[in-house]
Design a binder for this molecule. Sequence first.
Ligand code: ATP
Length: 652
Amino acid sequence: MEGGARGGTSALKGSSHFTSVHQFVNLMTPLIDLEKEAEISASIGLSASKNLEIAQKRGFVIPNLKCTDAETGLMGKTLLEFQPNKGDVLPAHKFGPHDVVVLKQNKADSGCTPLGQGVVYRLKDSSITVAFDDIPEDGLNSPLRLEKVANEVTYRRMKDALNQLSLTVQKGPAADLIPVLFGEKQPIRSKSVMQFAPFNKNLDNSQKDAISKALSSRNVFLLHGPPGTGKTTTIVEIILQEVKRGTKILACAASNIAVDNIVERLFPYRVKLVRLGHPARLLPQVLESALDAQVLRGDNSSLAGDIRKEMKVLNGKLLKVKDRNTKREIRKELRTLAREERKRQQLAVSDVVKNADVVLTTLTGAFSRKLENTTFDLVIIDEAAQALEVACWIALLKGSRCMLAGDHMQLAPTVQSVQAERKGLGKTLFERLVGLYGEEIMSMLTVQYRMHDLIMRWSSKELYNDKIIAHPSVSGHKLYDLEDVKRSSSTEPTLLLIDTTGCDMEEKKDEDSTMNEGEAAVSTAHAKQLVESGVSATDIGIITPYAAQVLCLKILRSNEDKLKDVEISTVDGFQGREKEAIIISMVRSNSKREVGFLSDHRRMNVAVTRARRQCCLVCDVETVSQDSFLKRLVDYFTERGEYLSASEYAHE
Ligand SMILES: Nc1ncnc2c1ncn2[C@@H]1O[C@H](COP(=O)(O)OP(=O)(O)OP(=O)(O)O)[C@@H](O)[C@H]1O
């Protein structure tokens, strides 16, 4: 239950805190169940074949695949690649990298035992690669299907974290932190300004100020990083400074890619670090830091290996021996050896974790048994504005101090259950703490290193009180400043609005999504013009709020060889990324002038701020102007950029 500020502390504001930890736990526990049920009913529960069809339509099953490649490696995993039996492009699906999937015969009943279970390793338009612990013994030569499985582990871990939260209020490493995060005790920081000698000599003043404030915080600090302002750069410097002070750090993020990003940036500084997580979920360049790799290099692990060899010999003997007494003796010895092997493995793991100054993992990964008895001086959570508060608690319970980095003006975590969303599951801890303490514990980064000044200004004004400035290295950069790019009518504008009003490009409903074929054609035509002017296809991204439009765009792209490296994604899937040129297809075009979730400020903020040198909006101005926020956006593009009618692309 939110609301009801408690008396005494001036910083406690309105609806931004729960009256107690217990209220939070009691509210969240059933919401996690609701969310789990929503995910399960959306994806699995395929007891009848009718449901299988529904799941296929919803994109949770990819049918009729053939296994086209198998490679081993990746720390004992087997990578199998699958392609469609018919056509070149996979059907519309909701599989993402790192999802847990099961492999079945295409014709098998929905309830049948899978051939194997694995983790999605690589996804292309035409293929999907899955990492399996063991290669399925047979059945790979016939038509196959993949089913996405609800990841129940995540929910179990969140519930366990809530349980622990209610039990450890009085004790445990986070005992002093919990009351601060629930507004029951004031946050503290040292009075003196914390001076430091930066490892990174290029830090700007807003980054230095933020780091200084972070270092002086005793329990909680929020790093507010608007798009492209060097949030990760700042986190890396904070980690380096804290390690220098002797702090043991747990660094987490909601997604694997964000964790790997920090690992990669820490590499050059030779920090003693370890990355926890399934190898299929890690970027190849960080595999060397993976726990599995470090454990394999340790002494205890080689001892465990020796023991396993010994056990193999004994198992061989056991098969040959007839005498019952000797058999009993061998079994006893095997049991002792198995115990010893487990102990050595556990020691190998805890040696690595103990010796690391920084342990990096996803939030759910922080619940790993491998960290069971480890506590940290500091827990850092990146992408905190995109993580469920409950998920943050999995990590927070392990430390006495925390820092959260994020931007609550970008997209919040996706909650599938409408009821759970309404009751507050999706409200992030970052947002809650901004409401609770605001400036007192927060620093905002104000120099951005991505966008041309014109692209940035709209977002800065609408969402960041006009406080962001563009660094001189990017503020005036144009597409045609890139090597081999010609100055042309398509590469000249920084802001471009292509209006489909009156061009007969109405939206179409598709299942639970919306698409617009006319807009897809116009977006593709503009991308083609850019490529013809010398812009590399890899520097172009086409993004749209609607999943059905993504598929529509991908089909058009598959007919244009030049465009095969243009990235196409939903806006939500592109958060955290950037491209030199971004084309946004807004899709909505209808006589009722309905704009749906386009009007979410945070989604449009993410969309526009992905662009470095050119941002092109393709939309029906008449429809989208119905919403005042979107009207200001199209007005801004019209006033400060170039305006074209989609009819000019009709001949393409
Ligand atoms: N002080 C600086 N001087 C020069 N370049 C910088 C500075 N800080 C950050 N950058 C550059 O800005 C870009 C964005 O930095 P970084 O990846 O740290 O940002 P971010 O805020 O995490 O990004 P996102 O918007 O995706 O969250 C990088 O190319 C980085 O090298």
